[in-house]
Design a protein. Sequence first.
Length: 95
Amino acid sequence: MRIGMLTSGGDCQCLNATMEAIAKVLYKKDKDIEIYGILDGFTGLINGKYKKMEKADFDNILLSGGTILGTSRQPFKTTVSYTHLRAHETSQDLV
């Protein structure tokens, strides 16, 4: 299973804590899970900016403020193209 994590808008409390908790549960439930972090919020989603996360990426982020993925406030109405999103489509669902 592949999961995408995205944090959008401005920073808020507990984003890192939430991502760490979700990742721990997912890694425990499915040893073959692939978690992709979409960098810089919706701007990263639109521009195809992401990285495959490893278990170690989520270690000890609980006490860090903000979000390790970054955020942005990118209104969809100002975007040019969603072509790259279609290029990454697969037969498996991303949640």
